[in-house]
Design a protein around this ligand. Structure first.
Ligand code: ASP
Length: 354
């Protein structure tokens, strides 16, 4: 396995860059230069590590699409100068940012690895050191002259996951992320073992293109027993709204009250895109399996299949930003663009990494 030796580290903020405010005691981002003070190893690993820090550094709860666009532009502008990219980011919205970048960096052929930590770098038991050093190793790993993982990924604790399949699952333990519907792309132990058959490769005939136009007119409507017509209509009738992710029960089921079906049909007739995403973490939407999803089909609701909420929200924003035709957006929603959904024949759980 060959190694190249230049990585660009993009620091947006997050716990990894934080320390306690002396007055409030709350964690907030501090000076990025401290990272190099705490991690002298960075100068010794034989990989040139250049860095760009956002100013100000932010808690990822403050991330918005302008941050995704800024990250994508920096990566695009420096694409040929580095073997790979590592993005330091807060864990709270890391899965949204990684999903958005997977769509914005079209036909990516180098690794973009998001990581962060649950404890700040300066804390003795911090997970930051291992996460960052392994992320750098993965971002620069090559075989036969090519990057091993040419994808936007999240590396955390010991696992490399496809970014647009990932969800934050844990605010307490170091294994902050999971990917329920797609296997890990690598496991880091004594060796870093890659699951090559699950890695998504770019089209060798095309090169990287940047697609950063975003349309934020998306809402998420989580269904629950007893949800009122007023709540549903307040969302579906929001002025300017273009798409709604319906978070449904089980394999994509919802209440069968007449007002609910009517509200959805009216929204669909107005051209609002409706996508069915199950509230279950594992498995896929299967409309028509139960009677309780037949009305959704009739109302024109599309299946989100086994996509995560993070990926469907960012995919909608991205597709609506890039395409003015609703029909085109609907078609591409049902298309696997960069590994974010399993089409029907691939939907069975693919099994753990061996
Ligand atoms: N609130 C922090 C953030 O997302 C949490 C973290 O980094 O883990 O920025």
């Amino acid at each position: 396995m060959e190694k190249h030796n230049a990585v660009l580290l993009l620091c947006t903020g997050g716990t990894i860059s934080m320390s306690e405010d002396p007055v409030t005691g709350a964690l907030r981002p501090v000076n990025f230069e401290k990272i190099f003070d705490y991690l002298p190893e960075l100068n010794k690993i034989g990989i040139r590590t250049d860095s760009i820090a956002f100013d100000p550094l932010i808690d990822s709860s403050d991330v918005d699409p302008s941050i995704w666009s800024k990250l994508a532009h920096i990566i695009y502008d420096h694409y040929h100068q580095y073997d790979g990219f590592v993005v330091l980011h807060g864990t709270d919205t890391m899965a949204y940012s990684a999903s958005a970048l997977s769509f914005m960096l079209n036909n990516l052929s180098k690794a973009v690895i998001f990581t962060g930590s649950q404890l700040p770098l300066g804390v003795l038991r911090s997970d930051a050191r291992e996460n960052l050093l392994t992320a750098i190793e993965i971002a620069t790993a090559r075989e036969n002259g090519r990057p091993i993982v040419p994808e936007v990924c999240i590396f955390f604790e010991d696992t490399l996951l496809r970014g647009n399949r990932t969800t934050k699952q844990n605010a307490e333990h170091f294994n902050a992320f999971c990917s329920h519907n797609y296997p890990p792309l690598a496991k880091a132990g004594v060796h870093i073992r890659y699951a090559k058959k699950f890695i998504h490769y770019p089209d060798p005939q095309s090169s990287l293109s940047l697609r950063t136009r975003i349309d934020q007119q998306v809402a998420v409507l989580k269904i629950f027993p007893g949800i009122s017509e007023k709540t549903v209509r307040a969302i579906l009738e929001m002025p300017g709204l273009k798409a709604v992710v319906l978070e449904t029960f089980g394999s994509g089921n919802a209440p069968r009250q007449e007002w609910f079906r009517k509200a959805l049909s009216e929204a669909n007739d107005k051209g609002i895109i409706l996508v069915n995403k199950t509230q279950c973490a594992v498995g896929s939407v299967e409309m028509g399996r139960y009677e309780t999803s037949l009305d959704l089909l009739k109302a024109g609701v599309l299946s989100g299949m086994d996509i995560t909420t993070e990926a469907i929200v960012t995919k909608l924003m991205y597709l609506m930003g890039e395409h003015s035709s609703t029909e085109e957006v609907k078609k591409l929603l049902q298309t696997n663009l960069c590994g974010e959904i399993s089409l029907e024949d691939e939907q069975a759980y693919l099994g753990p990494l061996r």
